[in-house]
Write a new protein. Structure first.
Length: 255
């Protein structure tokens, strides 16, 4: 699939790595869920996906291929490194597994913690976001088995840009943690995705009708003592229809 087309199809949608935002204690009422709904509605407004990465995410991206060749491939000779090839479950819902092995029927996601402490912490208590991600990936691949591959690798480099690896044998720096399928959870993913899309479209309707104001108009609103608050700072995003304005690609509520 053409990469540009793939990105356009993902605008406003949800990938497996984000599905956990709808499965916290408060479910669809959680702040994380509502923030995600706002971000996705804004993606549709502006026509581009939100680019958000952390140092840990960048570290994982840089070292994923090494983990695949040094750790995954020797364990699973038929495994394929998919890189950024996504599988759509339905329109606007997809998964992008790092590795799939259709012979063994397993989906593998690679995690690259960069400290010894975080390595053991994640293995001891698998984050719920990782568990949700793997259920979504299995929903996409139709595999009945999945695993998280934790690969401990250093962030240190020498003066020539070469990585200074931990002085720890390779066989002690990785661990596979298997995640069993939970079919009820997988069904609930689709239910909550449909709920997400309904709320996203509702909020999109509020945002698309919001007027875009100039810097001078925004300045005057604040100068005149109007209460101006970023929409994302409001406790409820859905009660401000008709009171939202847009300036510099940020949505504000004017009271």
């Amino acid at each position: 699939m053409n990469k540009r087309k793939n990105e356009l199809e993902k605008l406003g949608g949800i990938g497996a790595s984000e599905i956990g935002k709808f499965f916290t204690g408060q479910g669809m009422k959680a702040r994380t869920a509502h923030t995600c709904i706002l971000e996705k509605a804004e993606e549709l407004i502006y026509g581009q996906r939100r680019d958000f990465t952390t140092i840990a995410m960048q570290h994982g991206i840089f070292n994923e291929e090494e983990a695949y060749h040094k750790v995954v491939k020797p364990m699973y000779p038929n495994a394929i490194h998919r890189n950024d090839e996504s599988i759509f479950i339905k329109d606007e819902l997809w998964a992008t597994p790092d590795v799939t092995d259709d012979v063994e029927g397993i989906t593998i996601d690679i995690k690259c913690p960069y400290s010894v402490m975080s390595y053991f912490k994640n293995i001891a208590t698998i984050p719920n976001t990782y568990k949700a991600q793997m259920q979504c990936q299995m929903l996409a691949t139709k595999h009945k088995e999945s695993a998280l591959c934790f690969f401990l690798t250093s962030t240190q480099i020498d003066g020539y840009g070469n990585k200074i690896e931990y002085d720890i044998p390779l066989e002690k720096r990785f661990c596979f943690v298997h995640i069993d399928p939970e079919f009820d959870f997988q069904k609930e993913i689709e239910v909550r995705f449909d709920q997400f899309r309904e709320k996203r479209d509702e909020l999109y309707g509020h945002l698309i009708s919001a007027p875009t104001i100039s810097d001078m108009e925004f300045f005057d609103l604040n100068h005149k003592g109007k209460k101006v608050t970023r929409l994302k700072d409001k406790s409820n995003y859905f009660t401000w229809e008709g009171k939202i304005v847009r300036n510099q690609n940020i949505h504000y509520v004017v009271e």
